[in-house]
Design a protein around this ligand. Structure first.
Ligand code: 5RP
Length: 237
């Protein structure tokens, strides 16, 4: 079995969390795309749900599948968001934003009663930070913001190269919100909460890819099968 098969298995398991009439957040990335695909098949078979996509890419996919869409303006509270992750640890802390959609992903997850993360085994780590942490920043003052991030990160025990993400053509990658992404290759983030607090107060930082205390359940698939992780009080389907 390949990583793609495991992503699909995790997405299939996440469908068991969906109930008719639910308002759903739809994540971004290759794993979330499996979920959207499977959800589309259920909608075609008559499932009644309404969804908020976390990116323009997911919006296009969902529209093509005939999934009913809404916005957080019309529907400010959602029941459930299903999304992928770039890394997660045993405390269900995540790094997200590899696909550049971290801001909308965090807003949508925060608007949801429950966030279910779907991933293959390769995303599980002992300590966050091997995946370069994406930080969404406004283009104005980029170099100052980058410097500010480096100083705050060092205070939080994180050293590493901070790189402006580029699009395939070599120009800066621009998010759906018109911002840039700085990828922070720290290698290891010893205290994610301290780093998150420090990044959160830097002018020019719009959002960072540390999702702490947001995921309720992680469905992880690998050679040993599908495992459902939660912190305890979660009602698992
Ligand atoms: C996009 C994300 C994705 O969830 C994350 O990058 C995982 O993607 P994939 O499922 O393709 O590995 O955070 O901003």
């Amino acid at each position: 079995m390949s990583a793609e098969d495991w992503k699909r298995q995790a997405a299939e398991r996440a469908l068991t969390f969906v109930r008719p009439g639910m308002k759903l957040g739809l994540g971004t990335g290759s794993t979330a795309a499996h979920f959207v695909d499977l959800l589309g098949a259920r909608v075609k078979a008559g499932l009644d749900v309404v969804c908020v996509p976390t990116s323009e890419a997911t919006r296009k996919q969902a529209e093509a599948l005939g999934i009913a869409l809404t916005t957080l303006e019309k529907t400010p509270r959602l029941n459930l968001t299903v999304d992928g992750a770039d890394e997660f640890d045993i405390e269900l802390r995540l790094i997200k934003g590899g696909g550049g959609a971290l801001l909308r992903e965090k807003i949508v997850a925060a608007a949801s009663g429950q966030m279910v993360v779907i991933a293959d085994m390769s995303k599980k780590v002992d300590r966050l930070g091997h995946f370069a942490l994406p930080v969404e920043v406004v283009p104005f003052g980029l170099e100052s913001t980058k410097l500010h991030i480096a100083v705050q990160a060092e205070d939080a025990g994180c050293l590493g190269t901070i790189t402006l993400r580029l699009a395939p053509g070599g120009t800066p990658f621009v998010t759906d919100n018109g911002n840039f992404i700085l990828d922070c290759a720290f290698g290891s983030i010893p205290e994610p909460e301290i780093l998150a607090d420090a990044l959160g107060v830097i002018p020019g930082v719009v959002e960072h890819g540390l999702f702490l205390g947001i995921a309720d359940v992680i469905i992880v698939a690998g050679p040993g099968g599908v495992e459902v992780l939660s912190l305890g009080d979660e009602e698992l389907d």
